[in-house]
Write a protein of this length. Structure first.
Length: 473
């Protein structure tokens, strides 16, 4: 292990790395069931749902293992949130354009992901993606980690947990519980879901407080232990106050991987004819859109999380960036081949970093757990959303510490960073927020008569984002 991952050099141990990998996995395990739900809209257990489920586990494991061995970084990968929802919309449109069923349209859509992954492989080998990272001004980079922190807090408080009841839904913590005027209005709007909401809020915040106290005592497994505390508390509350058995799903769950369904629906099922039928302009536009969103989502996650972990040099550059980006590209190609949307570096990797993860052994641990979920998915599914929210909120708060590096007396830094801080949680896209930050930086420099201080590549990237925002989206 020492020779492979250089644990001593990175100031870590096998135990710390294993716990960090488990922490990362628990924080992002929700993607295993949520991804097929978003991409297919079909019932659990149907052939396409099963195919996407297995593709999610396999592609996440392979991409994350590549991150471990090629880049020796503690970052995990999985089908990106936001990108999967966008892909589902694209597939639905393809079904209309080609007058075909959803499964056929899905197979045509996978061609887009395949081309995107191949383009990224080529750009990474030619070091173009590295140059793009370097084109992001240092002041803008300083704002990426805090902006991701706000985005994590927004997910944890806002959209991570949706509760349904006879009165409708989904209801969310920040919008529907804390956002309501009075408790009576909350109860009326949520109906029977109110008790579940109260249990969720209490367990999530108690989990955050446990993490904070443990971290103050110097316990590296603070995030993991806080999640376990929230989980146990939620399970007890479900039994005692809601009269619900949180483990009931295990009684009828199947632990046999549905490989036959994946082979028949998604494994290497590229419908090139269906892809061409949507028209070359539409096809090229979609590929470029996916490339831009994924590229800057990945860059932002890598730069932001690496900055928080102290993995960057004085110029804000992360060692082995090329290898990390190559792993991301391999993950995307693997995702297309097995049957899922774009695989990208997950911002939830920050939870493992906060748990002390510093090398590829953290990523390898997460990868092994993803593979295990091929057989143990029902077990991962019982982790309550309250536990995940607790981790996201806590890690988000910690990432705000990066604001101390921003010079708020310099408007050239202050404006782009401020735009990213508000843009990332609202848009839900790391890439879009970075684009807004780069455009802000470029415009301020231009209007200040400092055009020469902006690199040519930064001008190009800013222009591409402008085109995307106004001509494509």
């Amino acid at each position: 292990m020492e020779k492979l991952f250089k644990l001593q050099e990175n100031g870590t141990t096998v135990k710390t790395e294993l716990l960090a990998g488990l922490t990362t996995f628990m924080t992002m395990a929700y993607i295993i069931a949520l991804n097929p739900n978003l991409l297919t809209g079909f019932a659990v257990g149907t052939p396409l749902w099963n195919g996407v489920f297995l593709a999610t586990c396999i592609a996440s494991a392979i991409g994350t293992a590549c991150m471990a061995f090629l880049a020796n970084k503690p970052f995990a990968m999985a089908p990106g949130m936001g990108l999967n929802s966008f892909f589902a919309v694209v597939v639905a449109n393809i079904a209309v354009l080609n007058s075909c069923d959803y499964t056929s349209a899905f197979q045509a859509g996978l061609v887009i992901i395949l081309i995107e992954g191949i383009v990224f492989l080529i750009l990474t080998v030619l070091k173009v993606r590295e140059k793009i990272v370097e084109a992001i001004p240092l002041g803008v980079r300083y704002g990426i980690a805090p902006a991701i922190g706000l985005m994590l807090m927004n997910v944890g408080l806002g959209s991570n947990i949706g509760i349904y009841s006879e009165t409708g839904g989904p209801f969310y913590m920040m919008r529907d519980f804390f956002g309501a005027l009075t408790p009576s209005i909350i109860k009326d709007s949520m109906g029977s879901g109110y008790d579940t909401m109260v249990l969720t809020v209490v367990t999530a915040f108690l989990g955050v407080f446990v993490m904070v106290v443990l971290a103050k005592k110097g316990i590296k497994a603070a995030v993991l232990l806080g999640m376990l505390f929230s989980s146990v508390l939620y399970w007890i509350g479900s039994f005692a106050f809601l009269g619900v058995n949180p483990f009931a799903s295990l009684e009828t769950a199947s632990f046999v991987p549905p490989f036959a369904d994946m082979v028949s629906t998604t494994l290497f099922k590229f419908d090139f004819a269906g892809f061409v039928n949507i028209g070359w302009f539409t096809a090229i536009t979609l590929v470029i859109t996916f490339c831009m969103i994924d590229m800057f989502d990945t860059i932002g996650t890598l730069v932001g999380t690496a900055s928080r972990a102290g993995m960057v040099d004085e110029d804000g550059n992360m060692p082995n960036m090329k290898e990390a980006l190559l792993s991301d590209a391999i993950g995307t190609v693997t995702g297309a081949a097995t049957g899922t949307s774009t695989v990208t570096t997950f911002i939830e990797s920050a939870s493992g970093v906060e748990a002390g993860g510093r090398t590829g052994l953290t990523a390898l641990t997460t990868a092994v757990l993803f593979l295990a979920c091929i057989f143990l998915a029902p077990v991962a599914a019982i982790i309550p959303g309250a536990a995940t929210s607790a981790a996201l909120i806590y890690v988000g708060v910690l990432m705000l510490q990066g604001l101390k590096n921003v010079n708020f007396d310099d408007m050239d830094q202050m404006l782009p960073v401020s735009v990213m801080l508000i843009g990332m949680p609202i848009s839900g896209s790391i890439g879009h927020a970075i684009g807004l930050g780069l455009i802000s930086f470029t415009v301020v420099k231009l209007l200040s008569g400092k055009a020469k201080e902006v690199s040519a590549l930064t001008y190009v990237i800013s222009a591409l984002f402008l085109i995307k925002f106004f001509a494509v989206v």
